[in-house]
Ligand binder design. Structure first.
Ligand code: GLY
Length: 351
C-alpha cells in the first residue's frame, strides 16, 4: 500500500494506492460511512457493480461522456441526496473518471454548504490528475468547467486494477497527462528526483505494479505543485502545459473527435515548436520530446487554421482576451509561463 498525504489550506487528505480485490476496496470505503450517496459511472457499474455491491437506492449511475457534467445532473444528484436525507455528517462517493469526480465533487461542495467527499478514480487520467488538487466543476454552453469550486476530498482511493478494463485509447488519454508531468518534472519542485521520463520507457506500462508506481510519481509531482499554490495563482499554472492549444483543439472539433489526452499531446508539440522558435530550448531537446510523444502513437491531429486557433485561445477562461498565457519548455523537464500576444504567436508559428 502506498499513501501520499496532500496538505491543503482547509484540510489534509490521504491518497491511497493499492492493488487489491474490488470487494476489499469496497469494505474500506464504506466501513465507517453513516449515510451516503454514490455517484458511479455507467461503465464502471456495468463492469464492477457486482463486486462493489452498492445498494440500488444509494446509487446515482451517470452515463459516460463530458456532456453529462451539466446543471441537470447536478440538480438530479442533489435531489437524490435530499431524498436519502443526507445530512452534514454524510458523504458523497465518486466512482469513475474525471467527469464523475468533477460533478460529484461539485455536489459535495454545495450540498448543505459542503459534506464529505470520497474519490475513487477509475481511469488513468483521473488517477494522475483530476482526483488530486480539489478542482470540481460542471460545464455550461459557454464552455467547460466554468462553474465550480476548490473543494478537497476526505480521501482518494486508487486501485490500478480498475485500469485493466480501460480500452487502449482511454488508457492513452491518461498517458498524455503522464507525459506532461515528465516535461514539467523539475519545475514541480518535488523534494527528490523522481525521473518520470526514465520510467516511461518501462516495457509493460499496463502492469498493475508498474501503474501503481507511475501513478505515485505523478501524484507526488502534483502534490508538490498544489501544496505550493492551491488556487492556481502562480505555480499551478504549469499543470496547464499543452492545455492552451489542446483546449482549442478540443473546442474546434466540438469535443467529439479527439480525447483530452490526444489534444494535450498536440498542445505540447505546439508548445515545443513555439519554444524552439523563441530560442528557449535547443533542437536536441525538441527531438527528444518528439520521440517520447511518438513512442505512444497518439492519434494524429491536423493543423487547424492558426487565426481560428488564436481566436479560441483568446476566449479561454485563463486568457485576459489580449494575451495568451502559454506554458513553454525552457530546458530539460522545466517549463515557465509566458504571456504572448496573438501577433507574436502567429508570427512564431508561421516562421
Ligand atoms: N488539471 C490541472 C489542475 O488540476 O490544476
Amino acid at each position: 500500500m502506498i499513501e501520499v498525504k496532500i496538505k491543503s489550506e482547509e484540510k489534509s487528505y490521504p491518497i491511497i494506492i493499492e492493488n487489491e480485490a474490488i470487494s476489499d476496496l469496497r469494505e474500506k470505503i464504506f466501513a465507517n460511512l453513516e449515510n451516503y450517496l454514490v455517484v458511479i459511472s455507467a461503465k464502471v457499474e456495468k463492469l464492477y457493480g457486482k463486486q462493489l455491491n452498492i445498494p440500488k437506492e444509494r446509487k446515482f449511475v451517470l452515463k459516460d461522456g463530458e456532456k453529462e457534467k451539466n446543471f441537470k445532473n447536478f440538480k438530479k444528484i442533489l435531489d437524490h441526496a435530499l431524498k436519502l436525507k443526507l445530512t452534514r455528517k454524510s458523504t458523497i462517493v465518486a466512482i469513475g473518471g474525471g467527469v464523475v469526480g468533477d460533478l460529484a465533487g461539485f455536489c459535495a461542495s454545495t450540498y448543505m454548504r459542503g459534506i464529505d467527499f470520497i474519490q475513487v478514480p477509475t481511469t488513468l487520467l483521473a488517477c494522475v490528475d483530476s482526483s488530486v488538487g480539489g478542482k470540481t466543476a460542471i460545464d455550461t454552453s459557454f464552455g467547460k468547467n466554468l462553474i465550480g469550486t476548490f473543494y478537497q476530498p476526505k480521501a482518494v482511493y486508487i486501485n490500478p486494477r480498475f485500469l485493466k478494463t480501460l480500452d487502449e485509447r482511454q488508457f492513452k488519454t491518461g498517458l498524455g497527462e503522464v507525459i506532461k508531468y515528465s516535461f514539467i518534472e523539475k519545475s514541480c519542485m518535488y523534494e527528490e528526483e523522481l525521473n518520470l521520463t526514465n520510467f516511461l520507457n518501462t516495457e509493460d506500462i499496463r502492469d498493475e505494479k508498474v501503474l501503481a508506481k507511475l501513478i505515485e510519481i505523478c501524484i507526488k509531482l502534483k502534490k508538490s505543485v498544489v501544496e505550493k499554490d492551491e488556487k492556481e495563482s502562480s505555480l499551478r499554472r504549469i499543470l496547464n502545459f499543452g492545455h492552451t492549444y489542446g483546449h482549442a483543439v478540443e473546442k474546434i472539433t466540438n469535443y467529439k473527435k479527439f480525447t483530452h489526452g490526444e489534444a494535450v499531446v498536440e498542445g505540447m508539440r505546439f508548445a515545443f515548436e513555439l519554444a524552439l522558435k523563441q530560442n528557449l530550448i535547443d533542437k536536441n531537446y525538441k527531438f527528444l520530446a518528439d520521440d517520447i510523444m511518438k513512442k505512444f502513437d497518439f492519434r494524429k491531429i491536423p493543423k487547424y487554421k492558426m487565426e481560428k486557433m488564436i481566436e479560441l485561445m483568446l476566449m479561454d477562461k485563463k486568457s485576459n482576451g489580449k494575451t495568451i498565457t502559454f506554458i513553454l519548455p525552457t530546458g530539460y523537464s522545466t517549463v515557465d509561463a509566458f504571456d504572448l500576444s496573438a501577433d507574436s504567436i502567429y508570427m512564431a508559428s508561421s516562421k
